[in-house]
Design a protein around this ligand. Sequence first.
Ligand code: SAH
Length: 250
Amino acid sequence: MTRFDVVTLFPEMFDAVTRFGITGRACERKLAAVVAHQLRDYAYDTYKTIDDRPYGGGPGMVMMAGPLTEAVVAVKAQQQAAGYGPGPVILMSPSGQRIDQSMIDRLAQGPACWTLVCGRYEGVDQRFIDQQVDECWSLGDFVLSGGEIAAMAILDAVIRKLPGALGEPESAIQESFSQQGPGGGILDWPHYTRPEVFAGEAVPDVLLSGHHERIADWRKRAALAATQKLRPDLLATPSGKPDPGGKAST
Ligand code: SAH
């Protein structure tokens, strides 16, 4: 079972991952465990203070290094007591490495335990990052009000890739950005279900033909066309130039 410990001011938010859908089922079936820890439990005072004003002035509050460090040390002790080796400590941060599917795939095959730390306010004291954090990860080039949604997005993407989490394992192969997919890291093909004609628009004939090879060929070409139209950057060569025949022709 892969174990994810999360340090946060809002542990209840993680019910969204542990209680619903594919990730909820994976937790229920003990493929994954998400343990959310309340940072305030590691505060030094009775007011449960975990933040303070920034040195040098300026707006907002900064999360103090002390309680964050106590929390991470306690979490590591719990992981060890549960039989897990020391896993990496990851801070959610807009200045971190941007998450993409190839990174998620590596994570799903990676260590059996992780600690994700969620910032709030202006962020966290740099000394906590210097001393306790192994890596910083970002959801994208925009600023969230806290690390929880970023951590949940990562948890969702990783947990669904754990062996046995998806009902049909091929779903994770035949999807956007999948390196094992027919195009190798391109977008998914368009999907259709009943009725055959909706608001005057018919399902492409080939999908009704029952001819598996022709269907596979159509899907491959449709995925490539969608990628060319919507995300040409995914087809770009390392030199940055689009490579129209490239990846998808293999
Ligand atoms: N002052 C910071 C933003 C702090 S936002 C700055 O300008 O960079 C508060 C917290 O939200 C951060 O500490 C981080 O944990 C989380 N967060 C915000 N945007 C994020 C993103 N794009 N990816 C991951 N975490 C993010």
